[in-house]
Design a binder for this molecule. Structure first.
Ligand code: HEM
Length: 332
Protein backbone atom coordinates (compact mmCIF):
# COMPACT_ATOMS: atom_id res chain seq x y z
CA UNK A 1 0.00 0.00 0.00
CA UNK A 2 2.88 2.40 0.80
CA UNK A 3 4.70 1.35 -2.34
CA UNK A 4 1.54 1.78 -4.42
CA UNK A 5 1.00 5.27 -3.00
CA UNK A 6 4.60 6.33 -3.66
CA UNK A 7 4.43 5.04 -7.26
CA UNK A 8 1.12 6.67 -8.06
CA UNK A 9 2.22 9.97 -6.51
CA UNK A 10 5.46 10.01 -8.52
CA UNK A 11 3.62 8.95 -11.70
CA UNK A 12 1.19 11.85 -11.31
CA UNK A 13 4.00 14.43 -11.65
CA UNK A 14 4.69 16.03 -15.03
CA UNK A 15 8.14 17.23 -16.08
CA UNK A 16 7.18 20.85 -16.68
CA UNK A 17 5.09 21.12 -13.54
CA UNK A 18 6.10 23.06 -10.42
CA UNK A 19 5.14 20.99 -7.41
CA UNK A 20 4.18 22.24 -3.99
CA UNK A 21 6.20 19.38 -2.56
CA UNK A 22 5.05 19.64 1.06
CA UNK A 23 1.45 19.44 -0.07
CA UNK A 24 2.25 16.43 -2.25
CA UNK A 25 3.83 14.67 0.72
CA UNK A 26 0.93 15.61 3.03
CA UNK A 27 -1.60 14.14 0.60
CA UNK A 28 0.44 10.99 0.12
CA UNK A 29 1.00 10.30 3.84
CA UNK A 30 -2.62 11.06 4.70
CA UNK A 31 -3.89 8.60 2.15
CA UNK A 32 -1.42 5.95 3.47
CA UNK A 33 -2.71 6.60 7.00
CA UNK A 34 -6.33 6.24 5.94
CA UNK A 35 -5.59 2.95 4.18
CA UNK A 36 -3.81 1.67 7.29
CA UNK A 37 -6.56 2.82 9.58
CA UNK A 38 -9.63 1.69 7.70
CA UNK A 39 -10.76 -0.87 5.19
CA UNK A 40 -10.05 0.53 1.78
CA UNK A 41 -13.57 -0.16 0.54
CA UNK A 42 -14.77 2.45 2.99
CA UNK A 43 -16.90 4.99 1.17
CA UNK A 44 -15.22 7.79 -0.72
CA UNK A 45 -17.25 10.27 1.35
CA UNK A 46 -15.66 9.12 4.59
CA UNK A 47 -12.18 9.29 3.05
CA UNK A 48 -12.86 12.80 1.81
CA UNK A 49 -14.06 13.87 5.24
CA UNK A 50 -10.89 12.60 6.92
CA UNK A 51 -8.80 14.24 4.19
CA UNK A 52 -10.57 17.53 4.84
CA UNK A 53 -10.80 17.46 8.63
CA UNK A 54 -7.24 16.36 9.48
CA UNK A 55 -5.43 19.46 8.15
CA UNK A 56 -8.11 21.66 9.78
CA UNK A 57 -7.47 20.10 13.19
CA UNK A 58 -3.71 20.30 12.76
CA UNK A 59 -3.99 23.95 11.81
CA UNK A 60 -5.36 24.82 15.22
CA UNK A 61 -3.52 22.19 17.24
CA UNK A 62 -0.61 24.35 18.32
CA UNK A 63 -2.89 27.14 19.54
CA UNK A 64 -5.03 24.61 21.42
CA UNK A 65 -2.05 23.03 23.13
CA UNK A 66 -0.55 26.38 24.10
CA UNK A 67 -3.93 27.85 25.12
CA UNK A 68 -3.46 29.10 28.69
CA UNK A 69 -5.93 27.38 31.00
CA UNK A 70 -6.97 30.73 32.49
CA UNK A 71 -8.08 32.15 29.13
CA UNK A 72 -11.82 31.89 28.42
CA UNK A 73 -12.64 29.52 25.57
CA UNK A 74 -14.59 32.20 23.67
CA UNK A 75 -11.45 34.27 22.96
CA UNK A 76 -11.15 34.09 19.17
CA UNK A 77 -7.67 32.66 18.69
CA UNK A 78 -6.51 31.71 15.18
CA UNK A 79 -7.48 28.18 14.23
CA UNK A 80 -9.69 27.67 17.33
CA UNK A 81 -12.96 27.30 15.44
CA UNK A 82 -11.52 25.19 12.60
CA UNK A 83 -9.87 22.96 15.20
CA UNK A 84 -13.18 22.22 16.94
CA UNK A 85 -15.14 21.87 13.71
CA UNK A 86 -12.48 19.54 12.30
CA UNK A 87 -12.25 17.38 15.40
CA UNK A 88 -16.06 17.06 15.51
CA UNK A 89 -16.03 16.01 11.87
CA UNK A 90 -13.31 13.40 12.49
CA UNK A 91 -15.18 11.97 15.47
CA UNK A 92 -18.45 11.83 13.50
CA UNK A 93 -16.93 10.01 10.56
CA UNK A 94 -15.16 7.55 12.86
CA UNK A 95 -18.44 6.93 14.70
CA UNK A 96 -19.96 5.80 11.39
CA UNK A 97 -16.98 3.60 10.67
CA UNK A 98 -17.20 1.98 14.11
CA UNK A 99 -20.93 1.37 13.70
CA UNK A 100 -20.35 -0.37 10.38
CA UNK A 101 -17.50 -2.46 11.84
CA UNK A 102 -19.55 -3.42 14.91
CA UNK A 103 -22.36 -4.50 12.59
CA UNK A 104 -19.94 -7.01 11.05
CA UNK A 105 -18.68 -8.24 14.41
CA UNK A 106 -15.79 -5.84 14.60
CA UNK A 107 -14.63 -6.17 11.03
CA UNK A 108 -12.41 -8.92 9.76
CA UNK A 109 -9.54 -7.01 8.23
CA UNK A 110 -6.07 -6.29 9.57
CA UNK A 111 -6.54 -2.52 9.44
CA UNK A 112 -6.22 -0.64 12.72
CA UNK A 113 -9.96 -0.02 13.15
CA UNK A 114 -10.74 -3.74 12.76
CA UNK A 115 -8.01 -4.64 15.22
CA UNK A 116 -9.25 -2.11 17.78
CA UNK A 117 -12.89 -3.13 17.41
CA UNK A 118 -11.98 -6.82 17.83
CA UNK A 119 -9.34 -6.31 20.56
CA UNK A 120 -10.20 -8.36 23.59
CA UNK A 121 -8.15 -8.68 26.78
CA UNK A 122 -7.88 -12.42 27.32
CA UNK A 123 -7.65 -12.17 31.10
CA UNK A 124 -10.42 -9.69 31.78
CA UNK A 125 -12.46 -10.07 28.60
CA UNK A 126 -12.32 -6.27 28.37
CA UNK A 127 -13.17 -4.66 25.03
CA UNK A 128 -12.79 -1.02 24.09
CA UNK A 129 -16.05 0.90 23.86
CA UNK A 130 -16.84 3.20 20.92
CA UNK A 131 -15.56 6.34 22.67
CA UNK A 132 -12.20 4.71 23.37
CA UNK A 133 -11.83 3.42 19.82
CA UNK A 134 -12.69 6.90 18.56
CA UNK A 135 -10.17 8.59 20.88
CA UNK A 136 -7.42 6.28 19.68
CA UNK A 137 -8.44 6.54 16.03
CA UNK A 138 -8.48 10.36 16.01
CA UNK A 139 -4.87 10.48 17.17
CA UNK A 140 -3.66 8.43 14.21
CA UNK A 141 -4.14 10.81 11.28
CA UNK A 142 -3.05 13.69 13.52
CA UNK A 143 0.12 12.00 14.75
CA UNK A 144 1.18 10.24 11.61
CA UNK A 145 0.44 12.42 8.61
CA UNK A 146 2.11 15.81 8.70
CA UNK A 147 5.01 14.61 10.86
CA UNK A 148 6.06 12.04 8.27
CA UNK A 149 5.26 14.37 5.37
CA UNK A 150 7.41 17.18 6.80
CA UNK A 151 10.37 14.87 7.47
CA UNK A 152 10.05 13.42 3.99
CA UNK A 153 9.78 16.84 2.37
CA UNK A 154 12.91 18.03 4.23
CA UNK A 155 14.84 14.92 3.22
CA UNK A 156 13.83 15.36 -0.44
CA UNK A 157 14.71 19.06 -0.24
CA UNK A 158 18.27 18.18 0.81
CA UNK A 159 18.49 15.59 -1.97
CA UNK A 160 17.29 18.14 -4.50
CA UNK A 161 19.82 20.69 -3.24
CA UNK A 162 22.71 18.28 -3.49
CA UNK A 163 22.76 16.14 -6.66
CA UNK A 164 25.80 14.18 -5.42
CA UNK A 165 23.93 13.17 -2.29
CA UNK A 166 20.88 12.30 -4.36
CA UNK A 167 23.00 10.12 -6.64
CA UNK A 168 24.46 8.24 -3.64
CA UNK A 169 20.91 7.42 -2.48
CA UNK A 170 19.92 6.41 -6.03
CA UNK A 171 23.00 4.20 -6.47
CA UNK A 172 22.24 2.43 -3.21
CA UNK A 173 18.58 1.96 -4.13
CA UNK A 174 19.50 0.40 -7.51
CA UNK A 175 22.25 -1.72 -5.96
CA UNK A 176 19.99 -3.16 -3.26
CA UNK A 177 16.66 -3.27 -5.08
CA UNK A 178 17.34 -3.15 -8.80
CA UNK A 179 13.93 -2.50 -10.34
CA UNK A 180 11.82 -4.26 -7.74
CA UNK A 181 9.83 -2.63 -4.95
CA UNK A 182 11.27 -2.17 -1.50
CA UNK A 183 10.28 -4.66 1.22
CA UNK A 184 10.77 -4.71 4.97
CA UNK A 185 13.63 -7.17 4.58
CA UNK A 186 15.63 -4.59 2.56
CA UNK A 187 15.60 -2.08 5.36
CA UNK A 188 18.92 -3.14 6.92
CA UNK A 189 20.71 -2.94 3.61
CA UNK A 190 19.58 0.56 2.68
CA UNK A 191 22.04 2.00 5.15
CA UNK A 192 22.83 5.29 3.44
CA UNK A 193 19.15 6.06 2.83
CA UNK A 194 18.60 5.39 6.51
CA UNK A 195 21.42 7.82 7.37
CA UNK A 196 19.75 10.51 5.24
CA UNK A 197 16.49 9.90 7.12
CA UNK A 198 18.23 10.04 10.52
CA UNK A 199 19.90 13.30 9.56
CA UNK A 200 16.64 14.85 8.30
CA UNK A 201 14.97 13.86 11.58
CA UNK A 202 17.87 15.41 13.50
CA UNK A 203 18.16 18.77 11.75
CA UNK A 204 14.45 19.13 11.02
CA UNK A 205 12.77 17.20 13.85
CA UNK A 206 9.08 17.58 12.88
CA UNK A 207 7.90 17.46 16.51
CA UNK A 208 9.84 20.56 17.43
CA UNK A 209 8.31 20.72 20.90
CA UNK A 210 7.38 17.87 23.21
CA UNK A 211 5.55 18.30 26.48
CA UNK A 212 5.48 16.62 29.85
CA UNK A 213 3.72 17.20 33.18
CA UNK A 214 5.57 16.34 36.38
CA UNK A 215 3.47 13.80 38.28
CA UNK A 216 5.67 14.10 41.40
CA UNK A 217 8.02 16.77 42.80
CA UNK A 218 11.33 16.29 41.03
CA UNK A 219 14.59 17.90 39.91
CA UNK A 220 15.80 18.65 36.43
CA UNK A 221 19.49 19.54 36.54
CA UNK A 222 19.70 22.50 38.92
CA UNK A 223 15.97 23.16 38.82
CA UNK A 224 13.32 22.09 41.27
CA UNK A 225 10.19 21.02 39.39
CA UNK A 226 7.07 20.92 41.58
CA UNK A 227 4.41 18.28 40.94
CA UNK A 228 1.95 19.44 38.26
CA UNK A 229 4.44 21.65 36.41
CA UNK A 230 4.08 21.58 32.64
CA UNK A 231 7.37 21.40 30.81
CA UNK A 232 7.96 22.06 27.13
CA UNK A 233 11.26 21.12 25.54
CA UNK A 234 12.49 21.43 21.98
CA UNK A 235 14.21 18.43 20.36
CA UNK A 236 15.02 20.72 17.43
CA UNK A 237 17.15 22.94 19.70
CA UNK A 238 18.86 19.94 21.32
CA UNK A 239 19.59 18.45 17.91
CA UNK A 240 21.41 21.66 16.98
CA UNK A 241 23.49 21.91 20.14
CA UNK A 242 27.22 22.03 19.23
CA UNK A 243 28.04 20.20 22.48
CA UNK A 244 26.08 17.23 21.19
CA UNK A 245 26.67 17.38 17.43
CA UNK A 246 29.76 18.54 15.60
CA UNK A 247 28.97 21.26 13.08
CA UNK A 248 25.27 20.89 13.93
CA UNK A 249 23.78 23.10 11.21
CA UNK A 250 25.49 21.11 8.49
CA UNK A 251 23.28 18.46 6.86
CA UNK A 252 25.68 15.56 6.92
CA UNK A 253 24.22 12.02 6.67
CA UNK A 254 27.75 10.62 7.01
CA UNK A 255 27.73 11.55 10.69
CA UNK A 256 25.48 8.49 11.11
CA UNK A 257 27.93 6.10 9.48
CA UNK A 258 28.15 3.15 11.89
CA UNK A 259 26.27 5.17 14.52
CA UNK A 260 22.85 3.96 15.60
CA UNK A 261 20.61 6.90 16.56
CA UNK A 262 19.37 4.89 19.56
CA UNK A 263 22.95 4.90 20.93
CA UNK A 264 22.66 8.66 21.41
CA UNK A 265 19.75 8.16 23.81
CA UNK A 266 18.33 11.50 25.02
CA UNK A 267 20.52 13.53 22.63
CA UNK A 268 18.35 12.30 19.74
CA UNK A 269 14.64 12.62 20.31
CA UNK A 270 12.72 12.99 17.05
CA UNK A 271 10.20 10.43 18.34
CA UNK A 272 10.28 11.45 22.01
CA UNK A 273 11.18 8.97 24.73
CA UNK A 274 9.80 6.97 27.60
CA UNK A 275 6.30 5.63 27.98
CA UNK A 276 4.69 8.13 25.64
CA UNK A 277 7.27 7.69 22.90
CA UNK A 278 5.93 7.63 19.35
CA UNK A 279 4.55 4.21 18.46
CA UNK A 280 4.90 4.90 14.74
CA UNK A 281 8.67 5.41 14.49
CA UNK A 282 9.33 2.20 12.55
CA UNK A 283 6.29 2.80 10.36
CA UNK A 284 7.43 6.36 9.61
CA UNK A 285 10.99 5.32 8.78
CA UNK A 286 9.74 2.61 6.45
CA UNK A 287 7.29 4.99 4.81
CA UNK A 288 10.10 7.48 4.20
CA UNK A 289 12.41 4.75 2.88
CA UNK A 290 9.70 3.53 0.53
CA UNK A 291 9.00 7.00 -0.82
CA UNK A 292 12.63 8.02 -1.24
CA UNK A 293 13.77 4.79 -2.92
CA UNK A 294 10.74 4.92 -5.24
CA UNK A 295 11.20 8.58 -6.19
CA UNK A 296 14.94 8.51 -6.86
CA UNK A 297 14.71 5.42 -9.08
CA UNK A 298 12.09 7.11 -11.26
CA UNK A 299 13.06 10.75 -11.15
CA UNK A 300 15.61 13.45 -10.59
CA UNK A 301 14.38 15.74 -7.82
CA UNK A 302 15.24 19.39 -8.45
CA UNK A 303 14.40 22.66 -6.74
CA UNK A 304 12.37 25.06 -8.88
CA UNK A 305 14.27 28.24 -9.81
CA UNK A 306 11.99 30.36 -7.65
CA UNK A 307 11.96 28.01 -4.66
CA UNK A 308 12.39 29.98 -1.47
CA UNK A 309 12.39 27.47 1.33
CA UNK A 310 11.67 28.73 4.82
CA UNK A 311 11.25 26.94 8.10
CA UNK A 312 7.74 27.30 9.40
CA UNK A 313 6.90 26.44 12.99
CA UNK A 314 3.45 25.00 12.69
CA UNK A 315 2.08 21.91 14.45
CA UNK A 316 5.24 20.47 12.88
CA UNK A 317 8.46 22.03 11.65
CA UNK A 318 7.66 22.44 7.98
CA UNK A 319 9.53 23.50 4.83
CA UNK A 320 7.38 26.24 3.35
CA UNK A 321 7.91 27.41 -0.22
CA UNK A 322 9.37 24.04 -1.25
CA UNK A 323 8.71 24.24 -4.96
CA UNK A 324 10.14 21.28 -6.78
CA UNK A 325 10.47 20.04 -10.30
CA UNK A 326 11.11 16.52 -11.43
CA UNK A 327 12.87 15.07 -14.45
CA UNK A 328 12.32 11.49 -15.54
CA UNK A 329 15.35 9.30 -15.04
CA UNK A 330 16.74 8.08 -18.34
CA UNK A 331 17.66 4.40 -17.92
CA UNK A 332 21.45 3.85 -18.26
C1 HEM B 1 8.57 11.25 11.11
C2 HEM B 1 7.38 10.95 11.60
C3 HEM B 1 6.99 11.05 13.05
C4 HEM B 1 7.53 11.81 14.06
C5 HEM B 1 8.69 12.78 13.97
C6 HEM B 1 6.74 11.52 15.26
C7 HEM B 1 7.00 12.08 16.50
C8 HEM B 1 6.25 11.83 17.63
C9 HEM B 1 6.51 12.41 18.92
C10 HEM B 1 7.65 13.36 19.26
C11 HEM B 1 5.56 11.96 19.76
C12 HEM B 1 5.41 12.33 21.25
C13 HEM B 1 6.37 11.43 22.01
C14 HEM B 1 6.58 11.86 23.42
O1 HEM B 1 5.77 12.61 24.00
O2 HEM B 1 7.59 11.40 23.99
C15 HEM B 1 4.68 11.08 19.00
C16 HEM B 1 3.57 10.42 19.52
C17 HEM B 1 2.78 9.57 18.80
N1 HEM B 1 2.97 9.16 17.50
FE1 HEM B 1 4.42 9.79 16.26
N2 HEM B 1 5.77 10.62 14.94
C18 HEM B 1 5.88 10.30 13.61
C19 HEM B 1 5.11 9.40 12.91
C20 HEM B 1 4.08 8.65 13.44
C21 HEM B 1 3.32 7.64 12.73
C22 HEM B 1 3.58 7.22 11.27
C23 HEM B 1 2.37 7.17 13.58
C24 HEM B 1 1.31 6.11 13.36
C25 HEM B 1 1.43 5.11 12.53
C26 HEM B 1 2.53 7.87 14.84
C27 HEM B 1 1.76 7.67 15.96
C28 HEM B 1 1.94 8.30 17.17
C29 HEM B 1 1.04 8.14 18.30
C30 HEM B 1 -0.24 7.29 18.33
C31 HEM B 1 1.58 8.93 19.34
C32 HEM B 1 1.01 9.10 20.74
C33 HEM B 1 1.68 8.06 21.64
C34 HEM B 1 1.19 8.18 23.08
O3 HEM B 1 0.82 9.27 23.53
O4 HEM B 1 1.23 7.17 23.77
N3 HEM B 1 3.58 8.76 14.71
N4 HEM B 1 5.13 11.01 17.72
Amino acid sequence: MMVRSAHSRADSWQEDETLDFLREMNEMTLSITIDTLMRTELSQDARDQVLRATPAVLQGLLTEVMYPTWMPKWVPLPGHRTFHRGSRELRDVFQHVIASYRATDGGEGDDIFSLMCRANDEETNYRMDDEQVKDEAVSFPLASTETTASALAWACYRLAKDPVLQQRVRDEAFAVLGDRDVEMADFNQLTFTDQVISEALRLYAPAWVVMRRAIVDTHLGPYHVPKGTEIIFAPTAMHRDPDLYKDPLNFNPDRWHNVRPSALKEAYLPFGAGRRKCIGDGFARFEMTTAITTFVRKLHLELAEDANVETKLFANLQPRGLKMRVRALVPA
